[in-house]
Structures are given as structure tokens and as C-alpha cells.
Design a protein around this ligand. Structure first.
Ligand SMILES: *Cc1c(COP(=O)(O)O)cnc(C)c1O
Length: 348
């Protein structure tokens, strides 16, 4: 049976053309700065986002954690939404790596408003408090269901950061999905952020890799932190070649993933087992089950039809669309979701 894997957009495998690009890559020792393909990827990504420099890393967790380390010191604080990946899904790394504390904002589906950010900033010159240093946004917001910030919303939060002398970091694991949905230009991001983490291994379909972007000085310090974390790779240009291929060939098609996610939402809204479906803005569909199924039973029932989904909390299910979900797979998924409704009606 053909498996349709909707657990995450990290499950994609390199296409034949991507593999060709990897085989053909010129490489060198990147710890010596001598891998031409990595250098090209770092320069290309930085230029796309209007930033000075880039740093290739094995994962988005590493790019985020390096950025936080460089922007903070122990006894300082990071402001982020309560759903943020840096807080929820990076193993408590902010305390481990940076010794910083975290002030949480309860935003709307992962998105913070400027006033909420400002309300978390600690008063200066009062020894009781940690010193606020950094604000971190996520675009798109994973746990928020793929919601996105527009450039205008980013600009308003950036203005708060400037006024309070705080750095602004972007966890852009799915920033290209945000750009595809908002119509904003990547090049405009550089003006508002002090650092940006971009993942190539999510919707863009590269097997491995994230790039951290910032000023030349920031990236110089980030390179030291990457080394100490064990992220200094050698002939990793083979991986960077896949990332360059992804940037050149897999950005335009993200709209396709968004269309497929919306089609799934439309079908779910007509079923009696989906109690509610979060609005679908990009490639993530999150819905809540009625008591007809538990999340574990629903995932198991889908698995029997060759469809893999993620349990995303009690009664919560997540689907993510990506490069390896074909039109035929979409149609099979839609038919299955409809049929599950009829099965449960027939037995009701
Ligand atoms: C996937 C993801 C990351 C990085 O994850 P890695 O698996 O470490 O590459 C960071 N932030 C968000 C929002 C993500 O979804």
C-alpha cells in the first residue's frame, strides 16, 4: 500500500534532480571556511532576506539555540509566545544553553500583538527582575496551526523592540510558507530582524539543513557557538547543494501545499467526527475530534488506510501537506476522510 505521510513536512525525501545536484556539488572543509557550496548557500540565503551573512547548521533547533545564545547572557530574559517551538519543543534548551529565563505571551494561535510583547518587558534598573534582551517570533506558527504574521505586524513588533533596545529573532522554520500566503517579500525581512533561522528541511524538501542569518558580527559569534555545540561540519556541501536546489525549485510550489491543506479542511468541516477545525492559512491542518474517536483511535484508523497523521494533544490531530503529497494522494485522503464519516454514521 502507498503511504501518505501527513505527520510533518519534515518527511520529504530528495527528488532525483535534488540528488543529482548533491552528487555534483563541489565541496571542501567548511570548518576551514573552504566548502564553496556551503559558502554559496549562506550568501544566497542572506541576500534573499536582506541580511549580511549566513551560517549553515544541521537543524532549526541549532540555529534558534545559537541565536538565543548570542543575543542573551545568563540572568536575562527572552519574550516569546507560549506555543513557541523554542520554548515547547527544544528540550528546555534556552535554560541549558543560555541560562536565560523566558517570559511567555498568550497570543492568538501563536501570534503575539505588539502591546502583549511590550507588557512583558521588565523595568530597567530593578535588581528583582531578569533583564529583557530578546523577543522571538515564529513565522509561520506551528502550534498555532500555520498562522502567519504579515510584514506590517512584524514591523509593529520590531518598533517595540527598537524602542526598548531589544533584539528581534525570527524562527522561520516555515518562513517561505508565510511569504507564500502573505505575498510579502523576503528581502524586506532583513530590516526588522536581528537574526533569522530558515529551515530547508521542512516544506522546501531538503533532507537536512537550516541557515541562521544576521549581521557579519553576529554570524562571527554564532560560528563559535556552532563549533562548541558540535555543529561544525566538514564536506557538508553535499547537504548545502540540496538546500540551494530547494531554494531554486521548491519555493514557488508552496501554494500547492496550501491548496491541499484547505481542501482537507473543507472535507473535515462536513464530517461529524471533527468538532472544530482551526482556520487553515498555510500547510497545517489542526482539528479537534468529537468523542466518536480518541486521537489515538483516529490515527490508527487512518493508518489502516495508508495515511499517517500526528496526534497533537488530547482529541487533537495535525495534518501537514508537503512536496511528497501528490494530487492522487490528496484525492485518496479526501475520499478516506469522507468515508470515515459514513462508517461512523452507519454504526450510530
Ligand atoms: C521544525 C521546527 C524547528 C526546527 O526543528 P529541527 O527539527 O530542529 O530542524 C523550529 N521551529 C519550528 C516552528 C519548527 O516547526
Amino acid at each position: 500500500m502507498q503511504i501518505i505521510d501527513l505527520r510533518s513536512d519534515t518527511v520529504t525525501k530528495p527528488t532525483p534532480a535534488m540528488l543529482q545536484a548533491m552528487f555534483a556539488a563541489p565541496v571542501g572543509d567548511d570548518v576551514y571556511g573552504e566548502d564553496p557550496t556551503i559558502n554559496a548557500l549562506e550568501e544566497k540565503t542572506a541576500a534573499m532576506f536582506g541580511m549580511e551573512a549566513g551560517l549553515f547548521c544541521p537543524s532549526g533547533t541549532m540555529t534558534n539555540q545559537i541565536a538565543i545564545k548570542v543575543h542573551t547572557q545568563p540572568l536575562t530574559e527572552v519574550i516569546c509566545d507560549v506555543t513557541a517551538h523554542i520554548y515547547q519543543y527544544e528540550g528546555g534548551g534556552i535554560s541549558f544553553n543560555s541560562g536565560a529565563s523566558v517570559a511567555l505571551v498568550h497570543g492568538e494561535r501563536g501570534k503575539m500583538r505588539p502591546q502583549q510583547v511590550e507588557a512583558q518587558i521588565r523595568p530597567l534598573d530593578n535588581v528583582h527582575f531578569p533583564e529583557t534582551k530578546l523577543v522571538a517570533l515564529e513565522n509561520t506558527c506551528n502550534k498555532g496551526g500555520g498562522t502567519y504574521y504579515t510584514l506590517e505586524e512584524i514591523a509593529a513588533i520590531s518598533e517595540v523592540c527598537r524602542r526598548h533596545n531589544l533584539a528581534l529573532h525570527l524562527d522561520g522554520a516555515r518562513v517561505f510558507n508565510a511569504l507564500a500566503a502573505s505575498g510579502d517579500k523576503a528581502a524586506d525581512y532583513g530590516r526588522y530582524f536581528d537574526s533569522i533561522s530558515v529551515c530547508l528541511s521542512k516544506g522546501l524538501g531538503a533532507p537536512v539543513g537550516s541557515v541562521l542569518l544576521g549581521s557579519k558580527g553576529f554570524i562571527k559569534r554564532a560560528r563559535r557557538v556552532r563549533k562548541v555545540l558540535g555543529g561544525g561540519m566538514r564536506q557538508a556541501g553535499y547537504l548545502a547543494a540540496a538546500c540551494i536546489y530547494a531554494l531554486d525549485n521548491h519555493v514557488e510550489r508552496l501554494q500547492e501545499d496550501h491548496r491541499k491543506a484547505k481542501a482537507m479542511k473543507e472535507v473535515l468541516l462536513q464530517t461529524d467526527y471533527a468538532e472544530s477545525v482551526l482556520p487553515v492559512e498555510t500547510n497545517i491542518v489542526i482539528f479537534k475530534l468529537t468523542d466518536k474517536y480518541t486521537d489515538a483511535a483516529f490515527v490508527a484508523a487512518l493508518e489502516k488506510e495508508g495515511i499517517r497523521a500526528s496526534s497533537f494533544g488530547p482529541q487533537m490531530i495535525r495534518f501537514v501537506t508537503h512536496l511528497d503529497v501528490t494530487e492522487e494522494m490528496l484525492q485518496h485522503t479526501l475520499r478516506t476522510l469522507k468515508a470515515m464519516n459514513q462508517v461512523s454514521l452507519a454504526t450510530a
